[in-house]
Design a protein around this ligand. Structure first.
Ligand SMILES: Cc1cc2nc3c(=O)[nH]c(=O)nc-3n(C[C@H](O)[C@H](O)[C@H](O)COP(=O)(O)OP(=O)(O)OC[C@H]3O[C@@H](n4cnc5c(N)ncnc54)[C@H](O)[C@@H]3O)c2cc1C
Length: 511
């Protein structure tokens, strides 16, 4: 797309698709091996928990990133950790790749199945195994929902990382993505709360990883590894005491720049809100239509800020917060006066993604990070790009963390618009990297962003990641084709272009 703001190399960055994995040849011996594996899986989990009919598999062809679809050989729904172990061991013996799946809400294609591979769906494993509030710990199976954890420890405790998808996303998926949420500005991400994991390695062996064990922090490496190092089957988490008091407001500004200045003023004043969330005009319009919470439709930006802590501290800081918002140009500040009002304010923020359907036929969720101080500059660049591409972009973000979620709106019924939206989303990521930010804040790399990895990491970094991955999964069976930009095999040396073994076999084509 030629434009005054976009160079040819920028556009090449956004369009980069280095390797296209072609469907594997379905020869007879492979089909036979596949049938044998399916029989073995049925004997492990029971016939009703192995899905192979195309209609039954339709549900599992993609995750929240609907642009990518793939039908696996089978979807298997184990009910226990022992069954997961037996399923992974069977795949290992058969040399068949597999992908773990929680609730399938991921937005980077992490749970996209592999053709001819097995999808291991953990949704049946929803037991709470232990709750110890004296120690502030819970132990759960991976299919338990994020909100299910806070519910089981309420009202005295809660589990802070709170993705907007928390009603449905699984804690196993949260661990694999190192998920965040609105309250991570103060409380930290999933990695700050995982203290122990039972993991089935790609070899089929189960290991226990502990946060404070001597030696290398393998648990730290597993959190955020996007299903490429094994399957988490038992998760030990830290929960924290519920705050004595919570105060919430929403402040309305003329522009996102003014709201951004309010964020800087709040942080510089030494306040540490539980959450600071921003929505721009278009996202307010969509979400307000969905919830009717009373967000101002004439505002250019809304800032949702929540303070929590001891009652007296919260009250005095809340007054200061209102002054800071007003001082930064807020033309209206609404304070939640009851728990119901607080929930309504939050509902509007949390509904923002889903509500986009009210203003656009389709949208592409982007996830990038920038230093908070460069918010105004990057938002201006996003506006510029949206104009160049002739598309609308709504912005919803965790403003405290500088974690942007631009929602690129498009109409797939218009020829070429979906591709243009994807390219624009790529350009937004480039703008984040150019501003010393990151290609992802919390949605992961998956299949969606693997080709952008070289924009952040050098060949040596990628090689180190690959070595770690190979230490866990020397045969490359766990979630292949995700995270890493090219499908290198373990033992391959990086360097100048050499024909990849998969290219030689005619399975992959370099574009
Ligand atoms: C409306 C909406 C709002 C969202 N808001 C947020 C948000 O605020 N913050 C945020 O961080 N994310 C958000 N997300 C993204 C998504 O919900 C999270 O990434 C979530 O953690 C995915 O969980 P899941 O159970 O759906 O995982 P899936 O999508 O099923 O899988 C995600 C990845 O985890 C791997 N995996 C799943 N279970 C396991 C396991 N037991 N062991 C090993 N690997 C496993 C998969 O292989 C895949 O790579 C949002 C998504 C939607 C649709």
């Amino acid at each position: 797309m030629p434009s005054p703001h976009t160079t040819a190399s920028d556009a090449a960055f956004a369009r980069r698709r280095l390797v296209h994995i072609a469907p594997q040849a379905r020869n007879n011996s492979r089909m036979h091996a596949g049938q044998e594996l399916v029989e073995r899986l049925r004997s492990v989990v029971g016939e009703e928990h192995v899905l192979t009919h195309p209609d039954a598999l339709a549900t599992y062809r993609s995750d929240g990133l609907l642009h990518y679809r793939q039908t696996p050989l089978a979807a298997v729904l184990p009910g226990t950790a022992a069954e997961v172990q037996a399923v992974v061991a069977a795949c290992h013996d058969a040399g068949v790749p597999w992908v773990a799946r929680g609730s399938g809400t991921g937005l980077s294609g992490g749970a996209l199945p592999v053709a001819e591979g097995v999808l291991i769906v953990l949704a049946r494993m929803r037991r709470i195994l232990a709750v110890d509030l004296d120690e502030g710990e819970v132990v759960v199976e991976p299919g338990v929902t994020n909100l299910g954890i806070s519910r089981v420890v309420a009202p005295t405790h809660f589990y802070p990382p709170d993705p907007s998808s928390q009603i449905v996303c699984s804690i196993g998926g949260n661990v694999a993505e190192n998920s965040g949420g609105a309250h991570c500005f103060k409380y930290g991400f999933t990695t700050n709360y995982v203290i122990g994991l039972d993991v089935v390695l790609p070899s089929g062996q189960t290991v226990e990883l502990q946060r404070d064990a001597p030696g290398y922090d393998l648990l730290g490496a597993f959190v955020g590894s996007e299903g490429t190092l094994g399957v988490a089957t038992r998760i030990r988490l830290r929960v924290v005491p519920a705050p004595e008091s919570v105060r919430t407001l929403v402040a309305f500004f003329e522009t996102t720049v003014a709201a951004g200045e309010a964020v800087s003023a709040i942080v510089s004043a030494g306040l540490l809100p539980g959450a600071i969330e921003m929505m721009d005009r278009l996202s307010i319009k969509a979400a307000e239509q969905a919830t009717g919470a009373g967000y101002r439709l004439d505002a250019g930006a809304a800032l949702l800020v929540e303070l929590d802590g001891p009652h007296d501290e919260c009250s005095s800081q809340f007054e200061q917060l209102v002054d800071l918002c007003t001082g930064a140009g807020a033309r209206d500040v609404r304070v939640a006066l009851s728990q119901e009002e607080r929930e309504l304010l939050w509902q509007t923020r949390k509904a923002a993604f889903a509500a986009m359907g009210r203003v656009a036929p389709a949208y592409y969720v982007q996830d990038g990070v920038i230093p908070r101080t460069r918010l105004a500059e990057v938002l201006a660049r996003i506006d510029e790009l949206a104009t160049d591409y002739g598309l609308s972009v709504a912005n919803v973000f965790h403003a405290g963390d500088g974690n942007l979620h631009p929602l690129v709106c498009y109409d797939s019924g218009r020829p070429g618009e979906a591709a243009r939206a994807e390219e624009l989303a790529g350009m937004i990521i480039k703008a984040c990297v150019d501003a010393d930010g990151s290609i992802t804040g919390e949605h992961g790399v998956g299949v969606d962003k693997r080709d952008y990895m070289p924009a952040m990491f050098g060949a040596d970094d990628l090689d180190t990641f690959q070595r770690l991955r190979c230490a866990f999964d020397p045969r490359g069976l766990a979630n292949p084709g995700k995270v890493m930009p090219t499908p290198r095999l373990c033992g391959e040396v990086p360097g100048p272009y050499r024909e990849h073994p998969l290219e030689r076999e005619g399975v992959a084509t370099r574009l």
